[in-house]
Design a protein around this ligand. Structure first.
Ligand code: FMN
Length: 260
């Protein structure tokens, strides 16, 4: 009993340490991930806290040619070198199939909240899976770029109506040991009892900017900017592809429920 408690403590410590040293891994050993491991990570994904409808699906890409085609479609060469690749999909088509069977001919509504909750569930599940992968000593990479070429992705994955591929998760045995990338200090994100604006936390911001600049310098980045500069550029810049996500949801049949 005592022995197993010590072991459990050790595992917990290891697990937290792995989460505190998260890094995205972009270079992998040419070594397959054992099938039993993949199955356990998938179990963890599936056990994640979720809302009742669980409106997401996952497509595991095991066909190397398909992996290559996905890489080409979204113009990401390194996709084909990912030992494992999962594509997370918002899946309201499952609801349609079930409703068609149970209530044929009845009008169906795909209100925005259903899609919104599905997106939340999908991200939580993906992050939980990442935790399992990292705790086990492997590494992973999230890929929002899988949504960069939706028409082609829909074709490649035979996606029906009411589905949307939103996130990729690549993982395997790391073949690199990148530095931790800086994060906004916790005191900037955390307030106590009442909202505290960043203007009250400029000292912490300064420390972050210094960390960020030296991190980018080490990476040899050409255009180095502070956090404020990055934020202001984004907020005053043009809309990226992702900004049009609501259009995509509407086109796939979701009622955005926007008041006039
Ligand atoms: C939802 C999500 C989507 C991401 N999509 C991509 C991506 O498409 N391509 C990529 O190279 N990195 C992607 N990343 C990784 C981030 O760039 C990375 O997490 C960030 O630079 C911080 O680095 P770190 O993960 O090593 O701490 C994504 C991360 C998240 C959370």
């Amino acid at each position: 009993m005592f022995k197993s408690l010590v072991r459990l403590e050790h595992i917990m410590e290891m697990s937290i340490e792995k989460q505190l040293t998260h890094r995205s891994i972009r270079k992998y050993k040419d070594r397959p991930v054992e099938e039993e491991k993949v199955q356990i990570y998938l179990e963890v994904m599936n056990r994640t806290a979720c809302r009742g409808m669980q409106g997401y699906s996952v497509i595991r890409i095991t066909d190397e040619k398909l992996k290559e085609a996905i890489g080409e479609a979204i113009q990401q060469e390194y996709i084909k070198k990912l030992p494992e690749l999962l594509i997370f999909i918002i899946d309201l088509y499952r609801f349609k199939e079930l409703t068609d069977r149970l209530a044929p001919g009845k009008v169906q509504h795909y209100y925005f909240d259903i899609a919104f909750v599905a997106i939340g569930d999908m991200y939580l599940a993906a992050q939980n899976m990442m935790n399992a992968i990292e705790t086990d000593g492997l590494g992973g990479l999230f890929l929002s770029t899988v949504a960069d070429n939706l028409p082609e992705m829909k074709k490649l994955l035979n996606l029906p109506e009411l589905t949307l591929p939103l996130l990729g998760l690549g993982f395997g045995y790391p073949d690199e040991n990148p530095e931790l990338s800086p994060r906004l200090p916790i005191e900037v994100k955390l307030s106590e009892n009442t909202y505290e604006p960043i203007s009250q936390k400029l000292d912490a911001l300064k420390i972050y900017d210094e960390e960020l600049i030296s991190y980018y310098q080490k990476l040899g980045r050409e255009h180095i900017q502070t956090y404020s500069q990055m934020v202001a550029k984004r907020i005053t810049g043009e809309a990226p592809l992702y900004a049009y996500l609501l259009n995509e949801l509407e086109a796939m049949g979701v009622d955005l429920c926007i008041n006039d």
